[in-house]
Design a binder for this molecule. Structure first.
Ligand code: ADP
Ligand code: ZN
Ligand code: ZN
Length: 751
C-alpha cells in the first residue's frame, strides 16, 4: 500500500504529492496526519495523507511512513476536496489550505488531550477497618474530614478530581493527601474536554411560536434547494436569530449539523448563550479568545460529532462538521469575513463552495447586506427573504443628526454638541446607560475643514485623499494622484484645517470634565488585549458598573443591554471619508447597526449622530433606516465609477528592506502583467476591460522595517474577468519576483 502525502511545509517547491509506502502493521486513511522522512537527510516531517493507492506510481524507491500522528483522521473527505478548491481559488499551497482546517497547535503536537487526575476508593478499602484506624482511645473520630471524603467516594462510580472533592467538602485537601498516603484513595485518570463555557450555566429555552414573516422565512430556508444561497434581510430585532435557531433544529432532526458564523466582535457570551440555551452541549465555539487547549478540545468535539452546532468567527467555516445541513453567516456584510492571512479567503465564498459540495443551504443574514450580496439577490443569484418589522412592533429608535459645523460656528469647538450633552445628562439623571461610539479604522487619516466640513477628495475617484506623513502629501489610494497639504480651506478660506481623528481617551477625559461624577468604561484595542477583557468589560457594563461605555467599532454590535437608552456617535464621518470606495456603504452599515442598539427593551431609545456631513446619504438615510433607497443610489454610483460589483480589483503587494527594490519590482510587474492581461483579452474589447494598472507606494509605505509597494489592477466585471485574473497569477508564477508578498482579489483593505 502507498500513500500520497502533502508535507506540512508552505513552500511552492514542495507543493505536490509525495509517495510513501505504508508499513505492514500501520493503519492509515486519507485525512490522517503522519510523520514521514523528508529530503536528503530524511528529516522527519509532518504531513497529510491525501490518498491511498496500490501502486507507487514511480520506479524510484519509496520511503516508508514513520508513524501516524493521531489515531484518527483529522480531515474529512469533504475537507480534502474543499482544500483543493481553496488552493486554486486563492492560489496558496496545499499545505496552507490544510493547515487552516486543523487547530494550529496540533501541528508539532503542541497541544494534548487533557487528563484530569481523579481519585477513587481503593478496591481493598473497608469502611469499618478505616473507621477503626481513625478512632481515638476515647471513641471520638480523629480525622472527621477524612471520613467525609471516604463517604463521598464510597460508591462504585465515584471518581472525582481533588478540586471537585474540595468544592464539595471545603478544606479537604490535607485529608485527601493523607488518604492517598494510606492507600485508601488511589489515583485514576480520565480524559476531559476543556470547557470554554465552564462556570457559565444557561437556562434551557424552547422554540418561540413564530410570527408570520418569520414563519415564511423559515419555510423558505427549509425548502431551499441543496447548495442554495439565501439572503435574509431583516432589521435589527426582527427575529433573525430565532429563525436561524429553528432552521438549525430542523437540520438536527434530520441528523445534519450546522455552522453559524458571527463576526469575532459579536462572539460575546450573550450570543453563544442563546444557542447553548437552545442546543445545550451540542454547541461548540471556535474563536480566537479560546486557549489552545480549549480550541483543540472544541475542535475534537466537532470532529467526533459530539457537537453538531458550531458557532465561530471566520475560520469556523472550515469546522469538520460531517453531514453539514446548514451554514449561517450573520452580519454577512462584515469585513472580518475576509481573511488577511494566507490563504486570503472570503468566508462567504468558502461557505458557498461548501454548501455546493455538501448540499447544505447557506443563509446570509444582515440588517444592512453588503452591496454585492444585495445586488446578487436582486439579480436572482441568491433568494431574498425579508423581515421588515421588529418583533415587539417597536418603532426604530429616534435618530437625531447634529451638524458639527454649525456647532463650531456658534462657538463650540469641543467634542460634544449641545444636544448630545443634554441627552447625556438626561440619561444620567434617569439612571440609564449610554454608549458613545467612535470610529477609528485603519491608519489613514483624511484632512478636513472644521469650519465648513470640506474634505479633500480625489477628482477622478471621489474618495477621500489620505495624508502621508512621510512625504507630507495627500494621496489617492486608487489612482495615485497626489497633492500638497493645504493650510487654508479652498472652500471657505478658514485656517482651521485639521486631520481627523479623535481618540477614545480624549472622549473619556472630556466626559469627566463635563460630568465629574460620571462612571465610564472604555473598550478599544488598548483595553481589550487580554483573554477575557472584551467579555469582562461588557459584563461589567451590563451589571451597571458604569454609566457610559466608550468604544470603537467593537461596541457597535453584539450587545443587547436593556438599560442602554442613548447611543451617541461622536464623529460619524470618520468612516465616511476613509479613503475607500466602500466608505459610504460601511458608514451606513455601521450607523444603522449602532442605532439598532438603543432602546431594545421596553425603554425608549435615542440616537445622536454628530457629523460634518449631515446631508450625505449614508448619514441622512440612516435616520430613516432606509436601506433600499441607500442601495439604489449607491449601486448607481458604483456603476458610474466602475467599482465592485461592476469591477474587480487585484492588488499585488511588494515588500523589501530596500525601497528601490520594492518599487522596481512593482514597476516591472506592472508592465509585464499589463501586457499579459492585454494578450489574454485580445479577442475581446481588451481596452475596455482592463481599466488600469497602477504601481505605486502603498498607503502604509513602511511597516516593520519593510518598504511596501503595490500594483493595483482594476478590471471591468465581464465574462472574461476570470481569464484576466488567471493571467495575473500565471504571470506571477512565471516571472517570480522576490519582493512579491501576495496577490489579493478585492481586498478589504488597500493599506
Ligand atoms: P435579530 O437577530 O434580527 O436582531 P432576535 O432574534 O435577536 O432579532 O430577536 C429580537 C428579540 O425578539 C429577542 O429578544 C428574541 O428573543 C425575540 N423574539 C424573536 N422571535 C420572537 C417570537 N416569534 N416571539 C416572541 N419573541 C421573539
Ligand atoms: Zn483617485
Ligand atoms: Zn472650509
Amino acid at each position: 500500500m502507498f500513500a500520497r502525502v502533502i508535507v506540512d511545509i508552505s513552500n511552492t517547491n514542495v507543493d505536490r504529492l509525495f509517495t510513501y509506502s505504508v508499513p505492514e502493521q500501520l493503519k492509515v486513511a486519507p485525512g490522517q496526519r503522519v510523520l514521514v522522512p523528508f529530503g536528503r537527510g530524511n528529516k522527519p516531517i509532518e504531513g497529510f495523507v491525501i490518498a491511498l493507492s496500490d501502486e507507487s506510481g514511480t520506479s524510484h524507491a519509496v520511503k516508508p511512513i514513520i508513524r501516524t500522528l493521531e489515531p484518527y483522521t483529522v480531515l474529512t473527505a469533504e475537507q480534502l476536496g474543499l482544500s483543493e478548491w481553496i488552493c486554486s481559488a486563492y492560489h496558496c499551497t496545499r499545505a496552507d489550505s490544510l493547515r487552516g482546517m486543523i487547530p494550529a497547535k496540533l501541528r508539532g503536537s503542541r497541544v494534548k488531550e487533557k487528563t484530569v487526575r481523579t481519585l477513587r476508593l481503593s478496591p481493598s478499602a473497608d469502611r469499618s477497618e478505616f473507621i477503626a484506624g481513625i478512632t481515638a482511645k476515647d471513641g471520638g473520630i480523629k480525622a472527621p474530614k477524612q471520613l467525609e471524603v471516604f463517604d463521598l467516594l464510597d460508591h462504585p462510580n465515584a471518581e472525582y478530581s481533588s478540586a471537585d472533592i474540595c468544592a464539595f467538602i471545603p478544606g479537604a485537601s490535607a485529608a485527601i493527601s493523607a488518604l492517598v498516603k494510606k492507600g485508601v484513595l488511589i489515583e485514576a485518570g480520565r480524559e476531559a474536554y476543556r470547557d470554554p463555557f465552564a462556570g457559565r450555566d444557561v437556562e434551557p429555552t424552547l422554540p418561540l411560536p413564530l410570527l408570520p414573516a418569520q414563519e415564511q422565512a423559515l419555510k423558505t430556508i427549509c425548502t431551499a434547494e441543496p447548495g442554495e444561497v439565501l439572503l435574509l434581510h431583516g432589521v435589527t430585532g426582527s427575529g433573525k436569530t430565532e429563525v436561524y435557531m429553528q432552521a438549525i433544529s430542523a437540520e438536527l432532526e434530520k441528523g445534519r449539523g450546522a455552522i453559524v458564523l458571527v463576526p469575532e466582535i459579536s462572539l460575546t457570551p450573550q450570543t453563544t448563550d442563546r444557542f447553548r440555551s437552545r442546543f445545550g452541549d451540542s454547541v461548540a465555539v471556535l474563536h480566537s479568545h479560546l486557549s489552545d487547549g480549549e480550541r483543540f478540545d472544541e475542535w475534537r468535539r466537532i470532529r467526533f460529532s459530539k457537537a453538531r452546532v458550531v458557532i465561530g468567527a471566520r475560520s469556523a467555516v472550515f469546522a469538520p462538521v460531517e453531514e453539514l445541513g446548514i451554514i449561517i453567516i450573520d452580519e454577512e456584510h462584515e469585513s472580518s469575513y475576509q481573511s488577511e492571512l494566507t490563504p486570503k479567503y472570503s468566508a462567504i465564498e468558502v461557505a458557498r463552495r461548501r454548501a455546493r459540495l455538501t448540499g447544505a443551504r447557506l443563509v446570509l443574514g444582515s440588517a444592512t447586506p453588503s452591496l454585492t450580496s444585495y445586488y446578487r439577490a436582486k439579480r436572482g443569484m441568491y433568494k431574498l427573504i425579508e423581515l421588515k418589522e421588529r418583533i415587539n412592533g417597536d418603532a426604530m429608535p429616534r435618530v437625531d443628526i447634529v451638524d458639527m459645523r454649525a456647532e463650531y460656528r456658534s462657538g463650540n469647538n469641543g467634542i460634544f454638541s449641545a444636544l448630545l450633552r443634554e441627552a447625556l445628562s438626561a440619561c444620567l439623571e434617569r439612571k440609564e446607560q449610554a454608549i458613545l461610539f467612535l470610529n477609528r479604522r485603519g491608519y489613514s487619516s483624511h484632512v478636513e475643514c472644521r469650519a465648513c466640513g470640506f474634505v479633500f477628495t480625489c477628482v477622478s475617484c471621489d474618495v477621500a485623499m489620505t495624508y502621508h506623513k512621510f512625504d507630507n502629501v495627500l494621496r489617492c489610494h486608487y489612482c495615485g494622484t497626489s497633492s500638497c497639504v493645504p493650510n487654508k480651506c479652498p472652500s471657505c478660506g478658514s485656517e482651521f484645517v485639521k486631520f481627523s481623528g479623535i481618540g477614545t481617551q480624549q472622549v473619556e477625559e472630556q466626559l469627566h470634565e463635563l460630568f465629574p461624577s460620571i462612571r465610564t468604561l472604555r473598550m478599544d484595542t488598548d483595553t481589550t488585549g487580554g483573554k477575557n477583557s472584551h467579555r469582562d468589560i461588557l459584563d461589567s457594563f451590563t451589571r451597571g458598573d458604569a454609566d457610559v461605555l466608550i468604544g470603537t467599532q467593537m461596541v457597535a454590535k453584539g450587545l443587547d443591554i436593556p438599560n442602554v437608552t442613548l447611543v451617541g456617535v461622536v464623529f460619524a464621518d470618520s468612516t465616511l471619508f476613509h479613503s475607500d470606495y466602500r466608505s459610504s456603504e460601511r458608514t451606513f452599515q455601521l450607523l444603522t447597526q449602532v442605532a439598532g442598539r438603543a432602546g431594545r427593551a421596553d425603554k425608549e431609545g435615542r440616537v445622536v449622530i454628530q457629523t460634518n456631513a449631515p446631508e450625505h446619504r449614508a448619514i441622512a438615510l440612516c435616520t430613516r433606516h432606509d436601506y433600499k433607497t441607500f442601495f439604489n443610489l449607491e449601486i448607481k454610483d458604483r456603476l458610474h465609477t466602475l467599482f465592485p460589483p461592476f469591477s474587480v480589483f487585484a492588488r499585488a503587494l511588494f515588500t523589501s528592506k530596500s525601497e528601490d527594490e520594492a518599487a522596481e519590482a512593482a514597476g516591472r510587474f506592472s508592465e509585464g502583467v499589463t501586457q499579459r492581461i492585454l494578450g489574454v483579452l485580445t479577442d475581446f474589447s481588451a481596452q475596455d476591460e482592463l481599466i488600469f494598472v497602477m504601481p505605486g507606494a502603498a498607503p502604509i509605505r513602511k511597516r516593520e522595517g519593510e518598504y511596501r509597494y503595490a500594483v493595483i489592477i482594476k478590471l471591468a466585471r465581464t465574462a472574461h474577468t476570470a481569464k484576466a485574473i488567471e493571467a495575473i497569477y500565471a504571470y506571477a508564477n512565471e516571472k517570480p519576483e522576490d519582493a512579491l508578498r501576495s496577490i489579493e482579489i478585492n481586498p478589504q483593505d488597500m493599506l
